[in-house]
Design a protein around this ligand. Structure first.
Ligand code: FEO
Length: 401
């Protein structure tokens, strides 16, 4: 049994570490394992904050029962209902029949789908509180970090902020308290990049909401509690996210071009398109050759961009694989409404441009249809059409003369 660990008077960590985990939920490498953190507050009323993943109930239940008779639990706070924090809700409800499930409206809806049952619930809004006796818990709405359901829980008297995934890390070295290391720093960054990065505007909103709180400890639901250097970790989130606040505020609009050209013909079209763009206004243009560029660097550049152009030749009636490699990692939640277009040369059929346009639409870009295409070597007419398309694209992006 993993021993519960007190982190404050009457506040306990009830985690189930998994130091041997190497891949988390299909999507993340976890070279340092992880932990599923749950917290229990024993006051006049008893509250549990987050639960643990399906399959970890037996270990969790032993820890829980060593602290409290589960029938005495008054509140189960679900800060976020992804199954790594809520998977054991059915087992918990079975042994805590007197508990009220507390969460955002969407968390309650999602939790009902997890256990396929009805339960006593309390949907909370930003600023709502519950009284446990000697302390109150205040809920902070923090949607899209990284699901729509997310809330944080703040205990003013303990100066603890419970944050679920936010400010967490897949990292477990046996210590609940933070011991700084390069490995933890890298895990903290990787967790942000993989989980929070597509939601930068929401990260900034949440940071604004918590900036005036007195916080001695951040208690996330993965990895060590942050019991020192909190300002530094918060500042890192801000620094990594602030590009989202800057988008659209610069005097010059930025256009990112991601291009692959087999024989230089797609590149010629791109040159003409950009000539047209530049003729119509002042733009910062960042152009990537996808044969050598890191797709993650393209996505990073897009975060500060106002427009996106994708060039590809047609190969076997489709865009080439490096283009799909890029468009496979562009988050569908991050660039809604950003103007985008495709262009490319082809040998005999030329499906790449249309296929890319469809994918850009799926990713919620504002697609300017009918991007430049040319059979093999672009003619003067093809290049002039591409140039004109650049002028049109400039007008849509804005920032024209
Ligand atoms: Fe740790 Fe979004 O779940």
């Amino acid at each position: 049994m993993q021993q519960p660990t007190p982190i404050r008077n009457d506040v306990y960590w009830l985690g189930t570490p998994n130091p041997d985990l190497r891949v988390f939920d299909v999507v993340m490498r976890t070279p340092f394992g992880t932990s599923y953190n749950s917290y229990l507050i024993k006051d006049a009323k008893v509250a549990v904050i987050d639960i643990v993943k399906t399959g970890r109930w037996q270990q969790y239940e032993q820890s829980l029962r060593s602290l409290v008779d589960p029938s005495k639990i008054d509140y189960i706070v679900l800060q976020h209902t992804e199954p790594d924090h809520s998977g054991c809700l059915p087992e918990m409800l079975a042994c805590a029949p007197n508990a009220t499930v507390v969460g955002s409206r969407s968390a309650i809806t999602l939790a009902e789908q997890i256990c396929n049952c009805k339960f006593r619930s309390m949907a909370v809004k930003d600023g709502d509180e519950i009284d446990l006796g000697s302390r109150r818990l205040r809920f902070i709405s923090a949607p899209f970090l990284h699901w729509p359901d997310t809330i944080f829980t703040y205990s003013p008297s303990d100066k603890i902020l419970f944050t679920c995934d936010f400010l967490g890390a897949h990292f477990w070295n046996g210590n609940l308290g933070l011991s700084r290391s390069a490995d933890h720093d890298a895990s903290f960054r990787y967790y942000y990049d993989a989980i929070m990065s597509p939601f930068k505007p929401y990260v900034l909103q949440a940071l604004d909401k918590i900036k005036s709180l007195e916080i001695d400890m951040v208690a996330p639901s993965h990895g060590p509690v942050l019991d020192h250097d909190i300002d530094e970790f918060v500042r890192r989130y801000y620094d990594w996210s602030k590009v989202a606040a800057e988008r659209g505020t610069r005097s010059r609009k930025k256009v990112v071009v991601a291009e692959c050209s087999a024989y230089g013909n797609t590149r010629l079209l791109g040159d003409a398109l950009l000539d047209g763009l530049r003729s119509a206004g002042e733009f910062d243009i960042e152009r990537f050759d996808l044969q050598s560029a890191d797709p993650a660097a393209v996505v990073s550049a897009l975060e500060a961009a106002d427009g996106f152009l994708v060039g590809s030749p047609t190969f076997n009636r489709d865009a080439v694989s490096v283009v799909w490699g890029l468009l496979g990692i562009v988050p569908a939640v991050s660039f809604r409404g950003m103007p985008a277009a495709a262009y490319g040369s082809y040998g005999w059929s030329g499906e790449a441009v249309g296929n890319i346009e469809k994918r850009l639409e799926m990713l919620n870009f504002k697609v300017i249809q009918g991007g430049p295409r040319a059979m093999l070597v672009p003619s003067k007419e093809d290049l002039e059409k591409a140039r004109q398309f650049g002028v049109t694209f400039a007008a849509v992006v804005g920032g024209g003369k």
